[in-house]
Design a protein around this ligand. Structure first.
Ligand code: PEP
Ligand code: MG
Length: 538
């Protein structure tokens, strides 16, 4: 039996087998080689293995999704069989004496650029397929072959999990996440809490690959992982799991009860979601609305941007499933730790302070407009609000609204219905926005305070860096002051103010929020009833 200690980032117990996966993208080193012939042979073998894999995927896909959808794997095969592609890669090995992985990565860039520059939209689209199939080949060559994430089950272990990887996992099969790195407020930890999956991060090198396949117990609250536990410990944990279920059942008595304080103050108790599958849990836990739909998650874990039609379907379904309850869709908050390979995101020195969220959207207005049109169209089917992330100034709101109004004008011209009075809000998650909240309040219908980023930017603590995460709890004072200031500005301007960051579920702060005049709290669905209990006692 071996005990490992890290940081518990999502509570609960799990018992299962450890399944190790590789981090998001393998790092390719530009290695020089001496034996070019042997390297060419290695490349050829890589091609053959990749073609075999694609054959299997093609057969599996026919069974799962049908012939038409499976055809993509035939296209990938054709790309790997292409003489020009193969010769280009081989030529790099021969003339530059560089390793096969590097040769394929250069070939990938060259061929995907070539497809991207084509006029024909179908051919343009193929750029992503070249990237995809080349990445598969690189993983095979480097011995880190990709596993299909959605088929994995048990306790998922990794050095770190990107949000894109996390989103591809099947919530029904995964019982816990354990990682060598990571931190409490990373999006992966937030996703784990949203999925109600126990998670322990920052286990360091003690989480060794040799534990792959071993049975383990994860205690997501204490941040403890026990490898090869005794039968006695397994039985004890099983009884903890049973007790946790029973105490959750007790909270269920609060289903249908109003979320009001003892003096009758109504608090809107909403949920945070990442995709449609979270809505079942929102409804099961009797949440009163969706306070934060992190729309960027529907952009992750795929090879192309969701089209307007695809996005419209998702937002419409969310609105319909919530059946008149509020659904606040936050526009694309991409960048920083949330990356999609097909979006024009450059490598940045400080991505958290870079071209992310509203900045990215105002820079790439075509992508933004597509989303705005989809949200507006869906607003005809339920109670949808729109929310802009990471605002720092009035001019950003004005620019975002200008684009929204131009999307409205387009829809008017096309005779497509939407809610002309759609509620428009912003996230207050930068100190600038909190300090200017009295001015910004004139531009919007509501504020939602994102305490995760507000904390990161106020006390200069990188939310991804676990080594300094303790500084957050110890130095909350400045953040609380900004929250109170924002609530005051909102109240003065007559708009509602909510909190949707992780602090919203910290019941030691509920009293403070309510006294400050916060009207809404939005938390992971499974935290809803616990928070309702707390609010009803205040
Ligand atoms: C926040 O910053 O508090 C927030 C809710 O947004 P995200 O965690 O998605 O950055
Ligand atoms: Mg944020």
């Amino acid at each position: 039996m071996t005990e490992l200690f890290g940081n518990g980032v999502s509570g609960g117990y799990a018992i299962g087998r450890i399944c190790f996966i590789d981090s998001a993208s393998p790092k390719i080193e530009k290695q020089t080689i001496s034996d070019t012939k042997a390297e060419i042979l290695r490349l050829e073998e890589g091609f053959e293995t990749a073609l075999d894999r694609l054959d299997c995927l093609y057969r599996d896909a026919i069974k799962e999704v049908g012939q038409a959808e499976a055809e993509i794997f035939n296209i990938h095969k054709m790309m790997l069989e292409d003489i020009d592609y193969r010769s280009f890669a081989k030529n790099i090995i021969i003339t530059e004496r560089l390793c096969a992985e590097y040769a394929v990565s250069v070939t990938k860039e060259r061929f995907s650029d070539m497809f991207s520059s084509m006029e024909d939209t179908y051919m343009k689209e193929r750029a992503k397929d070249v990237r995809d199939v080349s990445d598969r080949l690189i993983l095979i060559l480097s011995g880190k072959e990709e596993t299909s994430l959605s088929s994995l089950s048990g306790i998922i272990a990794a050095d770190d999990l990107s949000p894109s990887q996390t989103i591809c996992l099947d919530k029904g099969k995964v019982s816990a996440f354990i990682t060598q790195n990571g931190s409490k407020n990373s999006h992966t930890a937030i996703l784990a809490r949203g999925m109600n999956i126990p998670a322990v991060c920052n286990l360091g090198s003690s989480l060794s690959r040799e534990f792959d396949g071993a049975t383990a117990i994860v205690d997501g609250r204490a941040g403890r992982v026990i490898i090869n536990p005794t039968d006695e410990l397994i039985q004890k944990t099983e009884s903890h799991i049973k007790k946790e279920r029973e105490s959750h059942d007790l909270f269920k008595a609060l289903i249908g009860q109003p979320t009001v304080t003892t003096d009758g103050t109504k608090i809107n108790l909403f949920s945070n979601i990442g995709d449609l599958s979270d809505i079942d849990s929102v409804l099961e836990n009797d949440s009163e609305g969706i306070g934060l739909f992190r729309s960027e998650f529907i952009f992750l874990g795929r090879n192309t941007a969701p089209t307007e039609a695809e996005q419209f379907e998702v937002y419409k379904k969310a609105a319909e499933k919530m059946n008149g309850k509020k659904v606040i869709i936050r526009t694309l908050d991409i960048g920083a730790d949330k990356k999609a390979p097909y979006l024009p995101l450059e490598n940045e020195e400080n991505p958290a302070m870079g071209l992310r969220a509203i900045r990215f959207c105002l820079f790439h207005q075509d992508i933004f407009k597509t989303q705005l049109r989809a949200i507006l169209r869906a607003s005809a089917y339920g109670n949808i609000s729109i929310m802009f992330p990471m605002i720092i100034s009035k001019s950003e709101i004005v620019s975002a609204k200008k684009l929204l109004y131009s999307a409205m004008a387009e829809l008017d011209g096309e005779g497509i219905p939407y809610n002309k009075d759609i509620e428009i809000g912003i996230m207050i998650e930068t100190p600038a926005a909190a300090l200017l909240s009295d001015i910004l309040a004139d531009e919007v219908d509501f504020f939602s305070i994102g305490t995760n980023d507000l904390t990161q930017y106020t006390i200069a603590v990188d939310r991804q860096n676990n080594a300094i995460s303790d500084l957050c709890a110890e130095n909350q004072g400045a953040v609380l002051k900004l929250i109170a200031m924002t609530a005051f500005s909102g109240r003065k301007a007559g708009i509602w103010v909510g909190v949707c960051g992780e602090m919203a579920s910290d019941t030691s702060l509920t009293d403070f929020f309510i006294k400050s005049g916060i009207n809404e709290l939005s938390v992971s669905p499974h935290n809803t009833l616990r928070l309702r209990k707390k609010i009803r006692e205040i």
